[in-house]
Design a protein. Structure first.
Length: 276
């Protein structure tokens, strides 16, 4: 769910942010940074204050009660509940430690860090209109899992950001990755993914270092696996295998009951079962 919040921000930082990121992906870019990359540094606590309340009822929605600098500007910013919850949790933690803070002061720190983090990475921000759609055949069950995993995040954006990051280069491909790339899942499903020509160039550059039989689809399977593993600490094939196992156990339980199912699992773990 997306809501608009009245905030008092630094106009210089905000202008820099807007120049850095195309309008259509500003919210998603900022949310992705908050969810994945933003780390508050204790050394920044001196710059936080709650003089400029987000909403002053006498002045109207979104206007600061006080301006803590000549650059203060009142604005409304759309953010997901997930992102604003992280901000609010940080505000609460800071206040519990005796640091004066509110949403505005923390968001100013977020934007300042965002601008520094992406200063030399402008190529990472591609407008949706510049992305080229393609169909990739990934392991069956991937699409359903990704729909639940991405939640408020845009799948195309998340995938493109990873491909264009310094974490995905020819030198990052390991022997284990090559073994994975050479294998084709027994059951696949088509998934429509849109990325920019720049991202395709990165994929093709990696392909030039690999065996001729490895394709863009193989690379995309590796990209999705790495993203999930970074986020959840578990490889996607293992997650999908567990999902299949869960479904099989539930189906068997519905037919023979809980006791028989537990007995079968026990026999299976002890390698004492009838394959017939």
């Amino acid at each position: 769910m997306i809501k608009k919040y009245g905030l008092a921000l630094d106009s210089v930082q905000l202008d820099e942010f807007r120049k850095l990121v195309p309008e259509k992906i500003r919210r998603k870019s900022l949310e992705s940074f908050i969810l994945n990359d933003y780390k508050f540094s204790p050394s920044n606590s001196n710059s936080l204050d709650d003089e400029d309340n987000e909403i002053d009822k006498k002045r109207g929605r979104g206007r600061p009660a006080k301006k803590n600098s000549e650059n203060s500007i009142a604005t409304n910013m759309a953010l997901s509940i997930e992102a604003i919850t992280i901000i609010d949790d940080l505000v609460t933690n800071l206040k519990n430690k005796g640091v004066s803070a509110n949403r505005s002061s923390v968001m100013r720190d977020v934007i300042s860090n965002f601008n520094i983090f992406y200063k030399d990475k402008r190529d990472l921000f591609t407008s949706p209109s510049e992305r080229k759609p393609n169909t990739f055949y990934l392991e069956k069950g991937t699409h359903e899992f990704l729909k639940k995993w991405t939640k408020s995040r845009n799948l195309n954006y998340v995938i493109e950001q990873f491909i264009l990051s310094s974490d995905f280069t020819p030198s990052s491909i390991t022997d284990e990755d090559i073994s994975f790339l050479r294998k084709t899942p027994e059951q696949v499903e088509p998934i429509r993914i849109s990325i920019s020509e720049t991202a395709y160039s990165v994929i093709d550059d990696i392909l030039s270092f690999l065996d001729p039989g490895i394709t863009r689809t193989s690379i995309m399977r590796l990209v999705v696996q790495r993203i999930i593993q970074l986020d959840q600490g578990v490889a996607l094939p293992k997650l999908l295998a567990k999902k299949k196992l869960d479904a099989a156990i539930i189906n068997y339980e519905n037919i023979v009951g809980v006791d028989k199912t537990q007995e079968l699992i026990s026999d299976y773990l002890n390698k004492n079962y009838d394959t017939d």
